[in-house]
Design a protein around this ligand. Structure first.
Ligand SMILES: Cc1cc2nc3c(=O)[nH]c(=O)nc-3n(C[C@H](O)[C@H](O)[C@H](O)COP(=O)(O)OP(=O)(O)OC[C@H]3O[C@@H](n4cnc5c(N)ncnc54)[C@H](O)[C@@H]3O)c2cc1C
Length: 185
């Protein structure tokens, strides 16, 4: 069993994976490589002056891989269901279990609906600021939680928020992923 399963490898999913893998939670990411980033060129992502969206995705994948996430590229998730306190994730290859699941499937909300996550009147997945859904320990991030206002930096922020909330639950106290210059020496 892995600690965290993330469905989707766009900015939201990879950002969540970066935080959980970096901070010691075993992390599995499933992705079918249909991220909208392949259509984008970034001039509005703080800290990046100008970058092709596919190049951004490649760098993000490398960053996540370096922290040891198990990134299962091309493996499609067909269902996410409850299993006691945790979840069973069914793909076209196998079944996987985890106590936490982060949904990051872009504007596709079908897995969240299948899991029973409540929606807002606007038809988006209903989450709080931690991005936790109405199903405890299931998080929804990125384009699926907004009717519009789809931007990479917002999705990445959602993924980070989900991961930090999971880390806080696991550590039993508020978790801060703070590094200082000396850490890089
Ligand atoms: C033409 C265009 C230009 C854009 N330009 C900009 C821009 O200049 N700046 C900017 O900030 N944003 C831009 N965007 C928006 C930006 O691309 C999105 O906001 C961002 O990609 C959303 O990230 P996400 O992680 O929420 O979803 P996505 O990037 O869509 O990632 C979702 C991932 O989940 C995977 N997935 C879905 N279902 C499954 C499943 N069942 N199993 C496994 N994997 C699954 C998909 O294959 C995909 O890789 C642009 C979008 C478009 C279409």
């Amino acid at each position: 069993m892995t600690d965290v399963i993330i469905v989707g490898g766009g900015p939201a999913g990879l950002s969540a994976a970066l935080f959980t893998a970096k901070n010691g939670l075993s992390t599995t990411v499933f992705d079918t490589d249909e991220t909208w980033m392949h259509k984008a060129h970034l001039w509005n992502y703080l800290g990046i002056e100008s970058e092709d969206g596919t190049a951004f995705t490649e760098t993000s994948r490398e960053q996540v891989d370096e922290f040891g996430a198990d990134r299962r590229q091309g493996e499609k998730v067909s269902e996410v269901s409850r299993n006691g306190e945790g979840f069973v994730v069914t793909t076209d290859e196998d079944e996987y279990e985890a106590p936490y699941v982060v949904l990051a499937t872009g504007a596709d909300r079908s897995l969240a609906e299948g899991l029973g996550c409540e929606s807002t009147e606007d038809g988006v997945v209903d989450v709080d600021v931690t991005t936790e859904t109405s199903v405890p320990n299931a998080y929804a991030t990125g384009a699926m939680v907004r009717a519009e206002e789809w931007q990479a930096v917002i999705s990445a922020g959602d993924g980070a928020a989900a991961a930090l909330n999971i880390l806080t639950k696991e550590k039993g106290e508020h978790f801060h992923d703070f590094d200082v210059p000396a850490d890089a020496e």
